[in-house]
Design a protein around this ligand. Structure first.
Ligand code: IPE
Ligand code: IPE
Ligand code: MG
Length: 273
């Protein structure tokens, strides 16, 4: 585990006895946690290639990181974690990789449900689930049902997801409802639009993490990330562990979120305790 030194001297104690080791986790302000963290889990392929292995080897090891980070978020008391696991555009990858990823998905869901239940985690998915193979849809449906009464972390898997797909689907449904007369165009507000998105029951992410050194959003939650803090790290996803997550959270906690206001206005709003 990565350690930070906190060294201080008290008046009556010899200095040598006053060295405390604090883990990175201990330096997180538990009163200022993001409610919702979204992660673009990138770099599996490069991680594998660097080891002279096939890309699927990277995806397999990426599952270890998923386990570790889900556990880390649950331990901290994070309310929502969205993981970008497969994009609409990822369907265009070589067939063997797509098939391998789908098999890994089915296998992982099947194996992980008991752990999700043990940790009180509720599973959700966003994306065009109807595009997934039948067995993956079946495993997912069962996992939703089996975890539906859990009240801890909400784990949202973005599968066959892209923002442009989501916005297109929302606009289509709005048009259908307007045509049917159940929605009037003049009634449409930002809240209405939000209700038509696949994320309607979740708050917007406050922190978005992308691994593996890419500085882009790649069609992920374009609308919902409007005011998210973005955190990029060179660490490849299969190497990403709880301490990396803690670093991202601590970085987030040191930012001033202004939402269009001035820094002075924001600081005036924060009561000084
Ligand atoms: C992320 O890793 C996983 C998926 C997109 C499914 P990549 O497979 O994109 O890995 P790189 O970016 O090629 O290294
Ligand atoms: C984004 O990663 C999608 C997922 C992590 C599931 P990509 O690797 O597909 O994104 P690009 O192609 O580098 O933009
Ligand atoms: Mg990638």
């Amino acid at each position: 585990m990565q350690l930070n030194f906190i060294t201080f001297a008290a008046q009556s104690q010899p200095l040598g006895q006053m060295i405390f080791y604090m883990s990175l986790k201990d330096t997180i302000n538990m009163q200022k946690l993001p409610r919702h963290i979204a992660i673009i889990m990138d770099g599996n392929g490069r991680w594998a290639k660097e080891k002279g292995e096939d890309r699927l080897f990277g995806h397999l090891h990426g599952v270890e990181s998923v386990r570790n980070i889900v556990e880390g978020c649950a331990e901290l008391g994070i309310e929502y974690l969205t993981l970008y696991a497969f994009s609409t555009e990822n369907w265009d990858r070589p067939a063997y990789e797509v098939t391998g990823l789908m098999e890994l998905l089915v296998d992982t869901i099947r194996k992980e449900v008991p752990t999700l239940n043990k940790n009180n985690i509720k599973l959700h998915a966003i994306g065009d689930i109807s595009m997934l193979p039948e067995n993956a849809q079946k495993e997912l449906k069962e996992a939703f049902e089996e975890t539906s009464t859990n009240t801890g972390l909400n784990l949202i898997m973005a599968l066959s997801y892209s923002s442009r797909w989501e916005l297109m689907a929302a606009v289509k449904q709005i048009a259908i409802d307007v045509k049917a007369g159940s929605l009037q165009p003049e009634q449409i507000t930002q809240d209405t639009l939000q209700q038509y998105l696949s994320t309607s029951s979740f708050p917007d992410p406050e922190l978005m993490v992308r691994t593996s050194g890419e500085y882009r959003i790649s069609n992920f939650l374009l609308y919902q990330l409007a005011y998210a803090e973005l955190y990029f790290t060179n660490t490849r996803w299969p190497d990403f562990r709880k301490d990396n997550l803690y670093e991202a959270i601590i970085d987030f906690q040191n930012r001033e979120r202004r939402f269009g206001k001035t820094g002075d206005q924001i600081r005036e709003e924060i009561p000084i305790s």
